[in-house]
Design a protein around this ligand. Structure first.
Ligand SMILES: C[S@@+](CC[C@H](N)C(=O)[O-])C[C@H]1O[C@@H](n2cnc3c(N)ncnc32)[C@H](O)[C@@H]1O
Length: 316
């Protein structure tokens, strides 16, 4: 792959039917193999990602109804950034418990919490569907975690059971559909190819890659009612933007899967120069780079009074 100028076929109408079938279908069962790397460089990538999506996640949590004093469960905490955003909102009178199946990423999250003097956040190694943490929560939140579980509705039901009546449920998950449509409408070859590789890697590993309809259905089927939803996808064309590094580091993290499924080789991806090549293409072509689109969904659990199925959020 050359990674140079836009090719003619990049301007061709994109076959939307390619989005149907395996990409949009929920998997019948079984979790995805965790498609991303588990290493220090992945922790750094998660932190870079968190900075790029920080304003979005804070806004989502506030719109969903997180407020001072709440007790929050953050599932699939990773390096801890969603837990930290929630901890800032709930303040010193509130508390956040973050759970993750990966002990090494949690060690990093704990170190970051300690370094920042955060007394209202704790991290526990646990599958999000187990009830390792006692008690009920005022809110359950998570980002980029439900896309890895086999049965999103069953997982959400088990999490809703941990929320008090009237409490908040809010998730942000990836939906690759908008970025695929975008890059196939004229992005440079390298930009487009990275998203084709990335989507295929997640799909082949069994992760859900079109989470908007899956979240909508899972909220309704979990008894939460129709969720409020929003879509957010950072775009950048500045030459000094960190988005190029984020996409290149994401490819580094995906490399074992790309190679395992014969999607692309290390040599072709050439991670060492990828960010610079993406930056050069965007600056030359002025077709902004899009990062992973996140779908936010939130709702409140029904109160116990008969007939009330959901409580309106602050943004009704
Ligand atoms: C892409 S990272 C996202 C981390 C963090 N939520 C963020 O947005 O920065 C996904 C995390 O979910 C964790 N995870 C995946 N499946 C899980 C499960 N069933 N229960 C708990 N954690 C899970 C992974 O170990 C990983 O750390």
């Amino acid at each position: 792959m050359s990674g140079s100028a836009i090719t003619d076929d990049a301007h061709a109408a994109w076959p939307l039917e390619d989005l149907e079938g395996p990409i949009a279908e929920p998997r019948p069962g079984g979790d995805s193999a965790y498609v991303l790397d588990r290493s220090d460089s992945e922790t750094r990538r998660l932190i870079m990602q968190a900075e790029l999506f920080d304003k979005f996640i804070r806004r989502l949590l506030e719109d969903a109804g997180l407020t001072s004093g709440m007790r929050v469960l953050d599932v699939g905490s990773g390096a801890g950034d969603v837990a930290f955003a929630a901890a800032d909102i709930v303040g010193p009178t509130g508390a956040v418990v973050g759970v993750d199946v990966d002990p090494s990423v949690l060690a990093g999250a704990r170190a970051r919490a300690e370094k920042a003097g955060r007394g209202n956040v704790a991290f526990l190694e646990s599958d999000c569907r187990s009830s390792a943490v006692d008690g009920q929560f005022d809110a359950v939140v998570g980002r980029l975690v439900l896309m890895y579980v086999g049965d999103v509705t069953e997982t959400l039901k088990s999490l809703v059971a941990r929320v008090r009546p009237g409490g908040v449920v809010a998730f942000a998950e990836a939906d690759f559909t908008p970025v695929l449509g975008y890059v196939h409408a004229g992005a440079s070859e390298l930009h487009r190819t990275c998203w084709d590789w990335g989507t295929e890697a997640f799909r082949r590993a069994g992760a859900h890659t079109a989470m908007a309809p899956i979240l909508c259905r899972a909220f309704i089927e979990s008894g939460l009612g129709e969720p409020h939803m929003v879509l957010h996808a950072p775009l950048g064309c500045h030459s000094d933007w960190t988005g190029y590094e984020w996409l290149a580091e994401s490819m580094r993290s995906l490399l074992p899967v790309l190679e395992n499924f014969d999607i692309a080789t290390d040599e072709v991806v050439n991670v060492a120069t990828l960010a610079a090549r993406l930056r050069a293409e965007v600056v030359r072509n002025r077709f902004p780079l899009m990062l992973v689109p996140l779908v936010g969904a939130w709702a409140r659990k029904a109160t116990q009074e008969a007939g009330i199925t959901a409580v309106s959020s602050a943004h009704d």
